[in-house]
Design a protein around this ligand. Structure first.
Ligand code: HPA
Length: 271
């Protein structure tokens, strides 16, 4: 795996004339707006990148976008790989490892999720302060390669405290209301039953979704600081549970996307 990643990194470096990103960005469902704020210098469709996993959804080929955002060199994934699509965990986290060796120093992520905290409303932004991993497979399962990181990685600060403090300060300045809490990562692709939402709440979750946790685990293994925002697109709160659909999730995400994009862009400019 290590050699495969180095080969991909060398391949990309050749295509981008050694463009060195300092920040990596992975955006969630309906939350791709930040990508359009990047002054793109190089765009590499996934299917043209050596060893890169290829998108399963036809007509939705993803891209790696290299360029400037808030004056910083960034690399963003337009389209992420979800476990429920059938990718193995090593494929889900492959781009995180590639971005690390391209030189990123921080990783920003976003996702859409179902809120189970009764104080949350649809459209809220939640800073992810911690997570609970309920995926049935683990990205670090198997023989450990010490070149990536230790066999037993520390997870006491999965989400970087300094970046969380910076996000709160920036949001206050921009008058953006933020929730904060624990994201529970489940495999999907079903949304939760009312009993499952209740379970997520009981075990300490504030929100539940189908991404982010594997990427953050791989990033922390690589000692990469992470920052993540969840957009609450529906509620798994007793009395407030209504039918959820992917279309509804996308619709709500599109509305909340503007404040999330502004917050992340401002943070990046101020880093
Ligand atoms: N559950 C899981 N994933 C989600 C949800 C949800 O309610 N909303 C958006 N992504």
């Amino acid at each position: 795996m290590y050699e495969k990643i180095q080969a991909t990194v060398a391949f990309i470096n050749e295509k981008t004339n050694g463009f060195q990103p300092e920040l990596g960005i992975i955006l969630g469902t309906g939350l791709g707006g930040l990508v359009h704020e990047i002054e793109a210098e190089y765009v590499l469709p996934y299917e043209t990148i050596l060893n890169f996993p290829v998108s399963t959804v036809e007509g939705h080929s993803g891209k790696l976008i290299f360029g400037k955002l808030g004056g910083k060199n960034v690399v963003a994934m337009q389209g992420r790989f979800h476990f429920y699509e059938g990718y193995g965990m090593s494929e889900v986290v492959f781009p995180v490892r590639v971005m690390k060796y391209l030189g990123i120093k921080n990783l920003f992520l976003s996702n859409a999720s179902g809120g189970v905290n009764p104080n949350f409303e649809v459209g809220d932004l939640m800073l992810i302060t911690d997570h609970i991993n309920l995926f049935p497979a683990h990205p670090l399962n198997g023989k450990n390669d010490e070149r990536f990181g230790p066999r037993f990685p520390d997870m006491s600060e999965a989400y970087d405290h300094q970046l969380l403090a910076q996000a709160k300060a920036t949001a206050a300045k921009l008058d953006i209301h933020l929730q904060e809490g624990v994201y529970v990562g489940l495999t999907g692709p079903t949304f939760e039953t009312p009993a499952e939402y209740k379970y997520v709440r009981i075990i300490g979750g504030d929100t539940v979704g189908m991404s982010t946790v594997p990427e953050v685990i791989a990033a922390r293994h690589l000692n990469l600081p992470c920052f993540a925002i969840s957009v609450i697109t529906d509620l798994g709160v007793p009395g407030k549970i209504i039918e959820v659909s992917h279309e509804e999730v996308q619709k709500v995400a599109k509305v909340a996307e503007k404040k999330m994009t502004l917050l992340m862009k401002t943070m990046i400019a101020e880093m």
